[in-house]
Ligand binder design. Structure first.
Ligand code: S3P
Length: 429
């Protein structure tokens, strides 16, 4: 278990190129593997989470080549019915996206399979995919309460119209993937719109998909065409540079080639309302996703009340938003975010306890947090709770503390952002 020590930071200056998007990397592997023919994925995120998805398809007989740096992936897809039974349990590691999306794929297969994961993933709720997939005809057994491992007996699915109680792209994608194996139309209705990378990629693969507000329908038994996909930089990884650039006095950072899909960029809207100087430059489209360079300048931030739809579009950015709030003038109240309790860690409890160690007045709410901003933080020994986004957020917080802050248990950063420390340290020179 590594630890990282950080000190008060000089201004951050220059350009950063965050790693490729994690959500899009998972999906690129899944849809290329289910397509008929050769797809090439460029700028794939060869980090632990998407590699779990890639290895799952290798385990089911898909021929996947990867360049030495891991970033170019060539997949010879065998079509929807081209997977063979895996030789053992599929290990999803820490990746909830792998487990939930693969459960949809495996529900459509004529063989039985098991999905398992690390000690954190084994505590994450899977009933949200088990219920709809069971309605479609899959037989899924789990530990009591709907926890992994999942044992899936697939095949013979029927289409459903499913009103999802949670706004979750993993749930939506899992059902749509199972829907590919049904005769007829499968529909998912969400309470709010979650990220839409699956819809975009299915459309690019030639699947008949219809989006009407919060309702997404696909026609099953489609043939997926192979694709050439270039993955943009991950907005959720760029978020650490955005907030670091805003809070460290004298900073000016240009963050390059970042995906700015509306369903992901709630953090920008919230920060701009807090007074942030953020500009989107060079806006363009790459492989069906909007992309820009993001210019950030140090700004005086003010506290804000936020939640609901805006926060859903910033769901993975909650930890780093808490750091921005801790350094804003006045009080920030974030509500409507119960989902944060079942992410890689309980992110509400984790941020409340770790920011309190740095002298911040914090009140934990059942569905959010209240944070009193300060001019600077106290150095402390803090923990990542085994969660990559908590680890990186607390490192950025350490830049604004007097003295040395130690962040414990930082190996988890590799699940989404190998090389994070090198990239952020380069901006200090
Ligand atoms: C993801 C969806 C979100 C997000 C996760 C990645 C995806 O989770 O928090 O990091 O790639 O579909 P939910 O689907 O649970 O909202």
């Amino acid at each position: 278990m590594n630890q990282i020590k950080v000190c008060h930071s000089n201004p951050l200056k220059g350009e950063a190129s965050p790693p490729p998007d994690k959500s899009i990397s998972h999906r690129a592997v899944i849809f290329s593997s289910l397509a008929e023919g050769r797809s090439v994925i460029e700028n794939f995120l060869a980090a632990e989470d998407p590699m779990r998805t890639l290895e799952a398809f290798r385990q089911m007989g898909i021929d996947i080549e990867q360049s030495n740096d891991g970033g170019t992936v060539t997949i010879n897809g065998k079509g929807l019915n081209g997977l063979s039974a895996p030789d053992g349990a599929i290990d999803c590691g820490n990746s909830g996206t792998t487990m939930r999306m693969m459960s949809g794929v495996l529900s459509g297969q004529p063989f039985s399979s098991t999905l398992t994961g690390d000690r954190y993933l084994l505590k994450r709720p899977m009933q949200r995919v088990i219920s709809p997939l069971a309605k479609m005809g899959a037989v899924i057994t789990s530990e009591a309460g709907g926890f992994p491992p999942l044992h899936i007996k697939g095949g013979n699915l029927s289409p459903v119209k499913y009103n999802s109680p949670v706004a979750s792209a993993q749930v939506k994608s899992s059902i749509l993937l199972a829907g590919l194996y049904c005769n007829g139309i499968t529909t998912v209705v969400e309470p709010e719109k979650s990220r839409d990378h699956t819809e975009r990629m299915l459309r690019a693969a030639g699947v008949d998909i219809n989006v009407q507000g919060l309702e997404v329908s696909i026609k099953g038994r489609a043939k997926l065409n192979p694709m050439d996909i270039r993955v943009p930089a991950d907005f959720s990884s760029a978020a650490f540079f955005i907030v670091a650039g805003l809070i460290v006095p004298g900073s000016e950072v240009l963050i390059k080639d970042v995906g700015i899909n509306q369903t992901r960029t709630g953090l920008l809207d919230i920060l701009i309302m807090m007074g942030a100087s953020v500009q989107l430059l060079n806006q363009r489209d790459i492989s069906g996703e909007p992309v820009a360079d993001i210019l950030v300048k140090h700004s005086s931030l003010s506290g804000i009340e936020t939640g609901g739809e805006m926060l859903l579009r910033a769901i993975d950015e909650f930890p780093i938003l808490c750091v921005a709030a801790a350094l804003a003038e006045g009080t920030t109240k974030i509500t409507g975010a119960q989902e944060l309790r079942v992410k890689e860690s309980d992110r509400i409890a984790a941020m409340a306890s770790e920011l309190a160690k740095m002298g911040v007045k914090v009140e934990e709410l059942p569905d959010g947090i209240i944070i009193e901003g300060r001019d600077n933080l106290d150095a402390a020994d803090v923990s990542s709770h085994g969660d990559h986004r908590i680890a990186m957020s607390m490192i950025v917080a350490g830049f604004m503390a007097k003295g040395e802050t130690t962040v414990d248990d930082t190996d988890c950063i590799d699940t989404s952002f190998p090389g994070f420390m090198d990239m952020i340290n380069r901006l200090k020179e």
